[in-house]
Write a protein that binds this ligand. Structure first.
Ligand code: MG
Length: 480
C-alpha cells in the first residue's frame, strides 16, 4: 500500500511541482453571475431564439454546460432576486413580488447574501445593475456584502415615463453608486447606455481584482421594458428592438469573457448566466419568448419560472454538456459555499449544493425531493418533484392566445383559474398541455403532501397558513 502511495506521489511530482500543486489547491475560484431581467427561456440562440443571434452565449454554452430545466422560485423581480442571493425561498426572507420605489422594506441585512458568504473567504465583491431588494440606503448592495455598487435600485419602468395607469405616480429614476445618488433622473436617452455602463463596470472590476478571488454580480436592467439599446446594436436584429437589446446583452457577456481571458484568469473563473423570470408576454413585440413553454412572467407555468441557464468554467465544467436535471436559483449559494469552502449561513436555507449537476458528473441527480413556486402575496401555486409538476388551485393571468401589445404599450391580461390540482409530466410535456391528474392519483397525493409540508414551513396565502419558518424582511428606520 505504502509503495502505491509513493508511486502516485512520484507520478504527480513529474506532472506538477509541489508549488504548483499547492497554488492550484489554494486558489479560490472567481465567480461572475450574470442575471438578466425578463429574458425568456427561448431568448438565447442555443435555447431556440428566432430573429436574433447570441454568438457569445452560444459559445459560452459550447465551452460549458447549459441546463434545460432550470427554475426561479417566483416569476417576478424582487422575489426572484431574494432567492438567488440568499439560497432561500423568497418567502422565507419575507420578500414578495416587486418592491415599488416607495417601499419601506427590503432584504433584511441579517440575511446572508452570496456576497457575504464569499466575504468570509476574503473575496472582493462588486455589483452593477438592478438591485430591487430595497431602496432605503440600509438595504442597498453595499450594506449587503458588496464592496461596490453601480446601478438602478429597482426596475427601469418604475419612472415618470411609465405608459400605463401608473404614469406620473413614480418619482424620477435615480442612478446610484455605492449608497449615493449620482444621477437623480435617468432619462430615456440615458437608459440606452445602461447595458454599456454596467459592462464597463464589470470589465474594470475584473481588471482591478485579477490578483485575488472575486465575486461580481452583473444584473442587467434589460430586457425588462422599457427597452433601450445603444447605437452599437440599434437595428441589428431581424426581430426588432427586443432582439437588438438581447444582442447587446450578448455583447456584454462576450466582453466579460474576453476580460477573463486577457487577464489569464479564464480557468479560475466560474461564469453563470441566467434570467430572473420568463417573458412579459403582454408587451408583445417588446417581450421575449418562452417557446415551447406555457405562459410567461407572473405565472407559475413553465414559461414563468423556467429560464435559460449556462455555466462555464474551463477545466472544471466539461465543454458542450447539456444538463436535463432540474435545479433552481436557491441552489446557487450552497453550491458556491461548497466550491469556496465558505461556511453556510447560520440561519436555515432552502437550497442544496448542485455542483455534481454543474460538473456533469455521471449519474448525478437533483438532491431535492421537491421544489415549490410561490407567487404574489405568498401564494403556493406549484410543486415540482422529479418528472411531475402539480399546479395548485389559484388564479393566473393570461392573454388567452391573443397577441400582446406593440412597441411598449401592453395588452390587457385576462384571469383564468386552476380550479382543481392539475398534474403535468413536464419532462415529456414541457408546454403543460395534458393534465394527467385523474390518471395518477398516487402522484397527486404525494405532491399534495409535499405542498402541505411547504405550507407548514413557509406559509401559503391561498390556504391562509402563516408558516413557522418565515423570517421578517428588513424595515427601514423610521418606517411605520
Ligand atoms: Mg424580471
Amino acid at each position: 500500500m505504502k509503495n502505491i502511495h509513493l508511486l502516485v506521489a512520484a507520478a504527480l511530482a513529474v506532472v506538477l511541482s509541489p508549488a504548483a500543486v499547492s497554488a492550484a489547491a489554494q486558489r479560490l475560484p472567481n465567480i461572475v453571475v450574470i442575471f438578466t431581467d425578463d429574458q425568456g427561456y427561448a431568448d438565447v440562440g442555443v435555447f431556440g431564439a428566432k430573429g436574433f443571434t447570441t454568438p457569445n452565449l452560444d459559445r459560452m454554452a459550447a465551452e460549458g454546460i447549459r441546463f434545460t430545466d432550470f427554475h426561479v422560485s417566483s416569476a417576478v423581480c424582487s422575489a426572484s432576486r431574494a432567492a438567488l442571493l440568499t439560497g432561500c425561498y423568497h418567502g422565507r426572507v419575507g420578500i414578495h413580488g416587486a418592491l415599488g420605489p416607495k417601499a419601506t422594506h427590503g432584504l433584511n441585512p441579517d440575511e446572508m447574501t452570496i456576497a457575504e458568504l464569499v466575504k468570509q473567504k476574503g473575496y472582493a465583491t462588486g455589483m452593477a445593475g438592478k438591485w430591487h431588494l430595497g431602496r432605503p440606503p440600509e438595504f442597498l448592495p453595499v450594506r449587503q456584502g458588496f464592496d461596490e455598487y453601480f446601478g438602478l435600485p429597482y426596475s427601469n419602468d418604475m419612472w415618470p415615463y411609465h405608459p400605463e395607469a401608473k404614469k406620473g405616480t413614480y418619482p424620477p429614476l435615480p442612478l446610484i453608486e455605492g449608497d449615493t445618488v449620482i444621477d437623480p433622473e435617468i432619462t430615456p436617452e440615458k437608459q440606452r447606455s445602461l447595458t454599456t455602463w454596467y459592462t464597463e463596470r464589470a470589465v474594470k472590476f475584473i481588471a482591478r481584482n485579477k490578483e485575488r478571488p472575486f465575486f461580481f454580480y452583473l444584473a442587467h436592467s434589460m430586457p425588462h421594458v422599457p427597452l433601450h439599446v445603444s447605437d452599437k446594436f440599434k437595428g441589428k436584429s431581424e426581430q426588432g428592438l427586443y432582439g437588438d437589446v438581447i444582442m447587446e446583452i450578448d455583447w456584454s457577456v462576450g466582453e466579460v469573457l474576453k476580460a477573463l481571458k486577457q487577464h489569464g484568469i479564464d480557468e479560475h473563473t466560474l461564469v453563470i448566466f441566467t434570467s430572473d423570470n420568463g417573458p412579459w408576454l403582454s408587451y408583445g413585440n417588446h417581450a421575449g419568448s418562452a417557446a415551447p413553454l406555457r405562459e410567461g412572467k407572473g405565472t407559475s407555468w413553465e414559461g414563468g419560472t423556467r429560464v435559460p441557464f449556462i455555466a462555464r468554467w474551463p477545466g472544471r465544467i466539461p465543454a458542450g454538456k447539456v444538463q436535463d436535471e432540474t435545479a433552481m436559483t436557491i441552489d446557487l449559494l450552497p453550491t458556491l459555499a461548497h466550491l469556496t469552502g465558505a461556511p453556510l449561513p447560520a440561519r436555515k436555507i432552502d437550497g442544496l449544493n448542485v455542483w455534481p449537476l454543474l460538473a456533469a458528473e455521471a449519474g448525478a441527480k437533483n438532491p431535492h425531493e421537491a421544489y415549490f413556486t410561490w407567487f404574489a402575496d405568498n401564494q403556493l401555486q406549484a410543486v415540482r418533484s422529479g418528472e411531475w409538476k402539480l399546479l395548485l388551485p389559484h388564479t393566473y393571468r393570461t392573454l388567452e392566445g391573443r397577441p400582446g401589445g406593440r412597441d411598449g404599450i401592453p395588452a390587457k391580461y385576462a384571469s383564468l383559474e386552476v380550479k382543481q390540482p392539475e398534474l403535468y409530466r413536464v419532462t415529456r410535456d414541457r408546454n403543460e398541455a395534458e393534465n394527467v391528474a385523474a390518471q395518477n392519483p398516487e402522484v397527486v397525493r404525494r405532491l399534495l403532501a409535499f405542498a402541505e409540508n411547504a405550507r407548514a414551513e413557509l406559509g401559503d396565502s391561498l390556504t391562509k397558513r402563516p408558516g413557522s419558518g418565515v423570517r421578517a424582511a428588513g424595515k427601514a428606520s423610521g418606517a411605520p
